[in-house]
Design a protein around this ligand. Sequence first.
Ligand code: M6R
Length: 616
Amino acid sequence: MCGIVGYVGNKQALTVVVDGLRRLEYRGYDSAGVAVVQDHKLEVRKKAGKLVNLETLLGTDPLPNSTTGIGHTRWATHGIPNDANAHPHTDVSNEIAVIHNGIIENFSELRAELQLAGVKLSSDTDTEVVAHLLNFEYPKSNNDLAESMRKVVRRLRGAFTLVAVHAQQPDVVVGARRNSPLVVGRGVGENFLASDVSAFISHTKNAIELGQDQVVELRHDKITITDFDGKPAVTKEYVVDWDAKAAEKGGFDLFMLKEIFEQPKAVAETLVGRLGEDGKLILEEMTLSIGQIANIEKIVFVACGTAFHSGMIGKYAMERWTRIPCEVELASEFRYRDPILNNRTLVVAISQSGETMDTLMAIRHAKSQGAKVLAICNTQGATIPRESDAVLYTRGGPEIAVASTKAFLTQVVAVELLSLYFAELRLDKPTAEIKQVMNELANISHQIDVVLDTTDAVNELAKKYVNAQSVLFIGRHVGFPVALEGALKLKELAYMHAEGFAAGELKHGPIALIEDGIPVVVIVPSLREEKELHEKVVSNIQEVRARGAKTILIVEEGDDSILDFADHIIRIPQTSSLLQPLVATVPLQVFSCALATLKGHDVDQPRNLAKSVTVE
Ligand code: M6R
């Protein structure tokens, strides 16, 4: 939620900042704004709507040349997305500009305090209070913006990344971080601050993880990081292992399409070096000891949205292969129901961004109860893996489209690798199914490539249903989370009513939704592998057809038993049951992308959404 960029160096700050905002726009696009400092004067431009609106404004009302600047792209929390509520926010002297990601929970009392002191606030945001508080603290802090920031943040509650500039310190940008992400980019004669590395990757690959409750003062030749009390902070520097090209469209019209087609590679990368030649798994980053793994009595998968669906698949795989009892829970529900956790519980937190606030709060709660936490994450050095006891990185590369695609597939691979690894350690000898799955994993990227060949057919199918009022998705076993994922994609991209159901639940209520012509997408289990389930799903198909539904069947190659019950068929390669989501989800992603495109929606940046949800 919200993208933040800060720059001090030798280049035109505005160019660097706007370019960074373009790369961060997926984090929020309700408004955009920039501030630069030149000749001890602060200049701000901001505009509601997407970054392009700000760029148009900058064309008619340009900013002076400057080598120090900050920029923000907003996902609105406090206050509607208008010009006044756009960041940066300034103080009454118009010398301080502040941008913010997160929520300042005690902002009402701070606003009241400021109003009592005669300050007239000009926005509805929680952020603006910080600009005014900095203004009060600045003279009391020897005119030192970093010290003023430390004093102000000690008064704030909630989650915040704050970045500020002051007209009287034209070569300084100050940032502060609690719970929301902020990364430092170390350049040569220039330094950067950003919500994620994609904003500065074209300038430097050297990054510094900013820890919890830290303040950074950035100059062109110096980076000073302290805790909120001013004590020097321990930080971790790393080199980003992908380059700027990975965050570009690479010839595709849409990031989402590019990311759909990157899935074979993303899955292959996630498997590289992990499938040992002797049939054993190698999870090098696994810092849980054999003893700790043997000690586990219960596993709880916690995650949100798409990641939650991969957690559901994790539960099916883990229970089937290891017989460890598992639960899967929405991170936003987890800590509020006071779950039963102890030192024999492993919480597996799944998150592409590694910054999702609901998931972060869930793992903090789990740790406070003595549970061990393992993160499955795509973002090196993000808060969730940093605060976990162990981490298994998916290696999907940057996912820019707001709707998750390759993140989902790589998460499914990761939960299955984890399940196989635990099975290897806890079972006397692997079952035939485990051996088969290990063999199939080596070829799974090729199978994903094969299913991508259905793209044209799926695009044609989308044309037939562009005016549908509602689309239902049904599946059983791992087909159920796939159905949920298909429906989620359709809702977030095509803004259509869509629901995913466990096919067996249909007759317990949802079947009332079936009316003449409604499309029902069915994930059909493998006839070879799951005969009983297959029969049950065939019955469900008949039930909806009998009531007028049009059936779109996702069926594995070779299964002709369903031909009579299909209005449309999309073929997927044969796989083991638990690997089927890796191929069955792909046509559903393409379907949503195609419908959204046909409807003229912004596929990469759907309305009301943001990529990384860093507020609870
Ligand atoms: O970064 P995370 O994996 O923690 O994000 C979780 C969800 O917000 C995310 O999967 C969301 O549901 C996607 N937009 C779905 O496409």
